[in-house]
Write a protein that binds this ligand. Structure first.
Ligand code: 4AD
Ligand code: MG
Length: 452
């Protein structure tokens, strides 16, 4: 049996069970011995009691932390102990011992040390809980979209477009000389920074679509919220505007939070004990409370007022600036103390594909800022005017010819479209309270860091 099922059914399980798992600790005593077993399925370990007369005892004496063992026994309820039951073993069997130099001994390790051994750290409780929550959140995302009639589309990983136009793409080549016209695809190819442009094309075929896959950015950001390879959820809604977009963002995040609260409570409690006091309460509150909404212009006013009392490193605050992390955090953490949609940014600081508002100065874009993280989502209504799109490309020195296929979508029957990108690792940080993006993805990739 798996440990999660034993926990679910222990009150009814009257017959002998067999469980295979990895030893977390093995404390052998003269009269009784205690074994703590983990099989990766649940946030709680299995407590096992065995004795010298237990079958297999003598062959079990060398069993070390990390070994794989098989245990047969009966469930005994233990209402007066921290754990509700334990297994009274009738047979203990060492299946494969673990070398003495096993790096994950009982003592606590620093997160820095654990990052050096990504092939093993997933066995540690914090990472098990985090990655199970990651798995559950990923399922909940699919569930939300399926329930809302979105089609899951797979946009390409190798692409010829740099959707964000920020020049942060990793080049894909088989040549040493950068002669891309003679390269594998006969042109310059790169790893995708966003599936958006392809998803936009598909939204015109299916109304609402989403892509959820890995994206790659060669940006030299050394923060705890940037990874060079991260997963992004990118829905695209045809016939929709920015307000529809905002509703989906809020609906999606609340759905995921509710799902993990319901299905991964023990994992969340473990994360609460390790990362963040009050985590479970925080999540319950977010899932039941409305997110805030302000325009960029209002946010600037709030920051100007605040700057009379608080000192910002970036002290020049006026319409047109790109909000710095400290500004974003002030808005959501100090001012509103909840998730905040900031909308209608100046066009100069946003991407070419965002719809120009009637004021001619701002675009119908939104960033969702959340306490502890900052930007969790970036989205917008897409520019639907063919002429405006060409104009914006030219202003931003993007050759419209390179994006003809995309811009031409506006000619072949096109009505409002909106979408967003949610950084999945940042969502997992938000759900678990993890402080570093490198601890929410099993094998993280960041500048100067690529292990296995
Ligand atoms: O704001 P971004 O760059 O938006 C886009 O890529 C749009 N094409 C999305 C769309 O409309 N379909 O990225 C979206 C989100 C950010 O809000 C952030 O959460 C996450 O992706 N993100 C990163 N996460 C981890 N590491 C990085 N280097 C990230 N860059 C962006
Ligand atoms: Mg963004």
């Amino acid at each position: 049996m798996k440990i999660i099922d034993i926990y679910k059914q222990f009150k009814e399980l009257k017959k002998e069970i067999t469980v295979i798992g990895r030893v977390r600790s093995n404390r052998q005593g003269k009269a009784v011995s205690f074994l703590v077993l983990d099989d990766g399925t649940y946030a709680k370990d299995l407590q096992i009691v065995y004795k010298p007369e237990t079958k297999g005892f003598n062959e079990f004496l060398e069993t070390r932390v990390g070994a794989i063992v098989s245990i047969k026994g009966l469930i005994v309820e233990t209402p007066n102990r921290p754990q509700p039951f334990e297994i009274s073993a009738s047979e203990v069997l060492l299946l494969d011992n673990c070398a003495e130099e096993y790096p994950l001994q009982k003592k606590e390790h620093t997160m820095e040390y654990l990052r050096e051994i990504p092939q093993l750290r997933a066995r540690a409780k914090t990472f098990q809980s985090t990655f199970r929550i990651r798995s559950a959140a990923s399922f909940a995302i699919h569930e939300y979209f399926v329930k809302n009639n979105f089609v899951y589309v797979h946009t390409p990983i190798i692409t010829e477009n740099d959707a964000e136009g920020a020049g942060e793409a990793f080049v894909v080549t088989t040549r040493k000389d950068a002669k891309y016209d003679q390269d594998f695809f006969g042109k310059k190819a790169s790893l995708t920074v966003s599936g958006q442009l392809n998803a936009e094309a598909l939204a015109q075929a299916f109304n609402s679509v989403y892509t959820f896959g890995p994206t790659f950015r060669a940006e030299n950001s050394h923060t705890n919220r940037h990874a060079s390879e991260f997963w992004m959820v990118e829905p695209e809604l045809a016939f929709s505007d920015l307000n529809d977009d905002i509703q989906v963002i809020e609906g999606l995040i609340k759905h995921v939070i509710k799902y993990v609260l319901e299905n991964n409570l023990e994992d969340l409690k473990y994360c609460e004990s390790f990362y963040e006091e009050g985590l479970v309460d925080r999540l319950s509150k977010i899932s039941n409370d409305n997110f805030e909404k302000v325009t960029y212009t209002e946010a600037i006013d709030i920051l100007i007022k605040a700057s009379k009392k608080v000192k910002f490193e970036e002290s020049k605050i006026e319409f047109g600036i790109d909000l710095a992390t400290e500004h974003e955090r002030y808005i959501c953490e100090k001012h509103f103390k909840k998730p905040v949609f900031v909308t209608d940014y100046p066009k100069e600081i946003k991407s070419f594909y965002m719809k120009l508002n009637d004021d001619g100065k701002t675009v119908a874009a939104t960033d969702l800022l959340v306490p502890g993280i900052g930007e969790l989502v970036g989205g917008s209504q897409r520019e639907d005017s063919y002429d405006n799109l060409i104009k914006r490309c030219n202003e931003l020195k993007i050759n419209p010819e390179d994006l003809k296929w995309y811009i031409d979508l506006r000619k072949f029957g096109y009505f409002k479209s909106a979408g967003f990108g949610l950084g999945f690792e940042r969502l997992v940080m938000y759900l678990t309270g993890a402080k570093n993006i490198r601890d929410v993805i099993p094998f993280p990739r960041t500048p100067k860091n690529l292990l296995f």
